[in-house]
Design a protein around this ligand. Structure first.
Ligand code: NDP
Length: 257
């Protein structure tokens, strides 16, 4: 009886930044649990690569070009899916950028605004665009990719813009959850530790930081994208039917210390 509640058969799930990393792992988990998938990526090739990987596993997947910083494009995609008769009932706000290592006194206006535009505005534009249709249909589940950085201050690398952007995502989760609960729309977030994805692996400066991160982590290791995806699937499914406004740590115990 309980396992059925983790299934999302027939739901249309939109995953922003779903072409790789945690987003692709979330799409795979949702596909395995029965959802049809729409990936939104700014780059056509990234979206198509993710879509093809999902189709190769037998899941129904489509890739759409879109940048989450464009509220007009997010509205257009949400409206287009609804006009087809299949409004999205699951939204995974995964797209994000993660620059670090610049002390606050040296952060440029452009770097600050770029971070807020993708990580905060993007989550709001998408939630609003898809949330309107969920409200109209009186059902939906939104899962935001927050971060433990929305709660703690990472060390040794300074990263105030990222930390602030994720704290905003956490409180957006609380605020929308409270507003939309009467409409049948749940809004939750996950707050992962360091996960081995291109975002973390592509930065050579992280090699010296990793021993410090692991020393700060009770489990003594980084996470894998699949370990975030399973928590996201849970929150997106009816298994989490009483949960809204939760920010669930997926952090190997990092925030215990
Ligand atoms: P990656 O950089 O590996 O993947 C991010 C994806 O988002 C890419 O496909 C990227 O596409 C896409 N993306 C970036 N900007 C936009 C945009 N403006 N519009 C649409 N898509 C966009 O990141 P992760 O998988 O590591 O991270 C995913 C989420 O999880 C992020 O929100 C991140 O902050 C969060 N997170 C990650 C952690 C980690 O340690 N990896 C820890 C905690 C949270 P492209 O590159 O083509 O622009």
């Amino acid at each position: 009886m309980q396992l059925k509640r983790f299934r999302v058969d027939g739901e249309l799930a939109v995953v922003t930044g779903g072409g790789r990393g945690i987003g692709l792992a979330c799409a795979e988990a949702l596909g395995e649990a029965g959802a049809r998938l729409v990936l939104i990526e700014p780059d056509e090739k990234s979206g198509e690569a993710g879509r093809d990987a999902l189709r190769a596993k037998g899941y129904e997947a489509e890739a759409l070009v879109g940048d989450v910083t464009s509220s007009a494009r997010m509205n257009e995609i949400a409206d287009m899916l609804a006009a087809r008769g299949t409004p999205a009932t699951i939204l995974i706000n995964n797209a994000g950028i993660g620059e670090s290592g610049v002390p606050s006194e040296n952060v440029t206006d452009d770097a600050w605004l770029r971070m807020m535009n993708v990580n905060v505005n993007g989550v709001f534009w998408c939630s609003r665009a898809f949330g309107r249709h969920m409200i109209a249909g009186r059902r939906g589940a939104i899962v935001n990719l927050g971060s433990m950085s929305g709660t703690i201050c990472n060390r040794p690398q300074p990263q105030t813009p990222y930390n602030v952007s994720k704290a905003a995502v956490h409180h957006m989760t609380h605020s929308m959850a409270a507003e939309w609960a009467p409409h049948g729309v749940r809004v939750n977030a996950v707050a992962p530790t360091y996960i081995e994805t291109p975002m973390v692996n592509a930065n050579p400066a992280n090699r010296d930081r990793i021993p410090i991160w692991l020393n700060d982590t009770p489990m003594g290791r980084m996470g894998q994208a699949e370990e975030v995806a399973s928590a996201v699937l849970f929150l997106a499914s009816d298994a989490a039917s009483l949960m809204t406004g939760a920010v669930v740590p997926v952090d190997g115990g990092f925030t215990c210390w």
